[in-house]
Design a protein around this ligand. Structure first.
Ligand code: ADP
Ligand code: GLC
Length: 488
């Protein structure tokens, strides 16, 4: 097979910079695609967190256009990632997050910051780097959404195929119309089939309108986003483009998430010998100040603390969690009101509710290895990764029936159990009552030790790695490339 060259364009990539699952996916896909003879180079903004961890740095191009300051394109590696980095200090060299300052306020020049990234991606697609040209440009989320648009409205011989992946339709990158002239598009690009979106500039919309192929991160989400209820204003466009839209589930890195070898956990275990898991439960209870009680059921949540994730539903379910005698562990960061409410709940229930506010990779592993069940009460969830980690660690996922949660967890209903199936609990989304019923059902199943153990074993045997998704992406790239060949 010929090697296919792909430029992946994104605003975050694990382990360099991460605010959510996008980073995990962008960080893991390149290695997963290598066995398929797909070579991926990843274009990232030169934030300090990225700049500080580069190896073998070489300058490959000085950028001609006015980005409002000097800008260079670097070639570098970081771990097993092969990177191109847009080094533009006036855009990226700041303390704070990739999208917002330390107080959580979005950077006022976010459009300029990510339009520059997209524009450089398109330039690379057209041959900016003398020694390397991609066959496919793969844009992730709104921050890269203008890349297919710059390629579509640009000129020149070679145009690589383009893929736009939606990781979350809630973030659309919409900006006032008067920013349009700053983007360097021809005037006709401000149109229904271009970057215009309800009278404004829409970065995600542009990518969805102009990329050759569209993907999202689960089959169910790819259907949901074509409905008015979940389409967030883009459902019409997505229905129009349904023929080129597909849903490819995410995987997780099964070498990082491996309960047999995980360096973060007290007692390693595998599906054949789950008993040591109890030691992880005790260690988790000890670390977080919960009452160390092996028989007490422990529920967990590892998440951004936002409306999407149904944190208000969890808060409303706290009295029921107390009533059924379970402990609760929450690890996350997010909206201040949720953080405050969770902290107040922990203060009111010492020994029973523990809340860790902050991002803590090791603790996330310890939660997965220690809790009996992981709650994911999302209102919408394009894919979700924490339920995949939970499956892998034998923490039974209790998930809302939306998006990728519906596609990855098999509900342990009576007939599933009768046929030897069922890996978790799936409940109707967006309802406190259904969440409470799901928690009660979880605890009933847990009391039946044999059924529970069989569920844990099946959960741990679920194929949550990147093998199948990588194959789907490889097929997509190759089909796209073959089409492009026919067009030429
Ligand atoms: P989203 O991208 O919508 O936030 P995902 O489930 O796709 O949701 O990905 C979230 C990722 O971030 C997972 O890898 C999860 O383990 C991790 N994560 C979320 N919050 C924390 C936290 N407070 N500490 C450590 N890891 C976290
Ligand atoms: C988004 C979604 C999440 C998905 C992740 C990676 O942040 O909210 O469901 O797993 O992207 O695709």
């Amino acid at each position: 097979m010929t090697v296919l060259e792909v430029l992946s364009v994104a605003s975050e990539a694990f382990p360099l910079v991460k605010t959510g699952g996008l980073a995990d996916v962008v960080g893991a896909l390149p290695a997963a695609l290598a066995p398929h003879d797909i070579r991926v180079r990843t274009l990232l903004p030169g934030y300090p967190a990225v700049r500080d961890r580069l190896h073998d740095v070489r300058e490959v191009a000085r950028l001609p256009h006015g980005f409002g300051g000097p800008a260079t394109l670097l070639e570098a590696t970081a771990g097993d990632l092969d990177l191109l980095v847009l080094d533009a200090p006036h855009l990226y060299a700041r303390a704070g997050g990739p999208y917002a300052d330390a107080t959580g306020r979005d950077w006022p020049d976010n459009l300029a910051r990510f339009a520059a990234l997209a524009r450089v991606a398109a330039d690379i697609g057209r041959g900016l780097v003398p020694t390397w040209q991609p066959d496919v440009v793969h844009a992730h989320d709104w921050q890269a959404g203008l890349a297919p648009a710059y390629l579509a409205f640009g000129t020149g011989e070679h145009r690589p195929g383009t893929v736009m992946t939606v990781h979350n339709l809630a973030f659309q990158g919409t900006f006032p119309a008067d920013t349009f002239p700053s983007l360097g598009f021809p005037p006709e690009a401000f149109s229904l089939h271009g970057v215009e979106y309800y009278g404004q500039v829409g970065c995600l919309k542009a990518g969805l309108a102009l990329a050759d192929r569209l993907t999202t991160v689960s089959p169910t989400y790819s259907a949901e986003i074509r409905t008015a209820a979940h389409g967030m204003g883009l459902d019409g466009l997505l229905r129009e483009r349904a023929a080129v839209l597909s849903g490819i589930l995410n995987g997780i890195d099964t070498t990082v998430w491996d309960p047999r070898t995980d360096p973060h956990i007290a007692a390693p275990y595998d599906p054949k010998g789950i008993a040591p898991r109890r030691r992880n439960t005790a260690a988790l209870q000890g670390r977080l100040g919960l009452t160390i009680a092996p028989e007490t059921p422990v529920l967990g949540l590892v998440s951004r603390l936002t409306w999407q994730k149904g944190i208000d539903l969890l808060l409303a379910a706290l009295p029921a969690i107390e009533r059924v005698g379970a402990q609760l562990v929450v690890v996350g960061t997010g909206d201040a009101e949720f953080e405050r409410a969770l902290q107040a709940a922990a203060a009111a229930h010492p020994g029973r509710i523990a809340v860790h506010l902050g991002y803590d990779e090791a603790l996330a592993h310890q939660v997965q290895a220690g809790v009996d069940a992981l709650l994911v009460p999302s209102r919408f969830e394009p894919c979700g990764l924490t339920q995949l980690c939970a499956l892998r660690y034998g923490a039974i996922p209790v998930v809302a029936r939306v998006g990728g949660l519906a596609d990855t967890v098999v509900d342990a209903n009576p007939m599933a159990l009768a046929t030897g199936a069922g890996t978790g609990i799936v409940f109707t989304p967006d309802s406190v009552d259904d969440l409470v019923l799901a928690i009660e059902r979880t605890l009933r199943l847990r009391r039946d030790g044999r059924t529970w153990l069989a569920m844990q074993r099946r959960a741990m045997a679920t194929p949550v790695g990147w093998e199948t998704p990588a194959q789907h992406y490889a097929e997509l790239y190759r089909a796209l490339h073959a089409d492009a060949g026919r067009r030429r």
